[in-house]
Design a protein around this ligand. Structure first.
Ligand code: ZN
Ligand code: ZN
Length: 279
């Protein structure tokens, strides 16, 4: 296992969420919203296995983030740290307070922070003492407090759930549209773009847009909206990509200088399948 701080979003969206992160030689699984068998397969795609996971972190209790955790824990007995409202439901899970620093050995620390969503939900910030990555996927808005906790991270995984026009014109019921768009629902591409512009001057190098709706968004739409806003505000130094369902993102090495990556083309596995154009 590499000592550097790096991660891959294994799968993202309402069909199941999981991110694998390596820090200080430890493997952390953030959310387990897919079956253990699927998690093993996705980890295999980035050269890892279930045995690499040394702790599980759960952001909130929605099934798309937790449905696989019990089957995972039957295979791997590792500590689970969870937001309130999940910890009670998962045997052996340790509830964590917002703002509490979890010391995971070495210089690795994890801090949870609350975000506005329709269940008690955490974002998190992981540091290896040198680099910082942060993740906030299910949230209705990025307020000043959330921005403060994302600021300074080299790499951020941020929800970019829907295009507001697509949501408005789309097939969801009026109730569901309202829920998604509410301040306790899910972030739009525009909201993600605003947050990106606020974070760009503070050292952000990699932004991974996550939890994209299959119905009300597309990777090209989400990336396009955020890139355009960044460019318009004069921020050219941020790599923007989208995480999707069922395909791990390439490894993102946190803090990697901008120059060293040539182009943002996704290549999954050895076949180098190009799923969609990101320029
Ligand atoms: Zn979710
Ligand atoms: Zn949720």
């Amino acid at each position: 296992m590499e000592a550097i701080l790096r991660f891959s979003v294994l799968s993202s969206g309402s069909s199941g969420n999981a991110t694998y992160l390596e820090a200080g030689g430890r493997g952390l699984l953030v959310d387990a919203g897919l079956s253990c068998r699927r998690l093993r397969g996705l980890l295999g795609r980035i050269g890892c296995d279930l045995t690499d996971v040394s702790a599980v972190l759960l952001t909130h209790g929605h099934a798309d983030h937790t449905s696989g955790v019990r089957s995972f824990l039957r295979e791997r007995e590792v500590p689970v740290y969870a937001a309130p409202g999940v910890a009670e439901d998962v045997e052996g899970a340790a509830p964590v307070d917002a703002g509490e620093h979890l010391d995971l050995g070495g210089d690795v620390s994890v801090t949870f922070f609350e975000v506005p969503h329709d269940a008690p939900t955490y974002g998190l910030r992981v540091s290896d003492g040198e680099r910082v990555s942060a993740l906030a996927t299910d949230l209705g808005e990025v307020g000043p407090e959330t921005l403060r906790l994302l600021r300074g991270a080299d790499a951020v995984v941020l929800e970019s759930n829907h295009d507001p026009d697509w949501l408005r014109r789309g097939p969801y019921s009026a109730d569901l549209k309202q829920r998604v768009a509410s301040a306790r629902g899910h972030l739009s591409n525009q909201q993600a773009a605003e947050a990106a512009c606020a974070l760009a001057p503070h050292g952000l190098k990699d932004l991974v847009l996550a939890h994209l709706s299959k119905t009300n968004n597309s990777p090209a739409r989400a990336c396009g909206t955020v890139r355009k806003a960044l460019k318009g505000a004069g921020h050219t130094g941020v790599r923007v990509r989208a995480a999707i369902a069922g395909h791990p993102t390439p490894w993102i090495e946190v803090g990697e200088p901008i120059e060293s990556r040539e182009e943002y083309v996704y290549r999954y596995g050895e076949a180098g399948v190009r799923l969609f154009d990101l320029e």
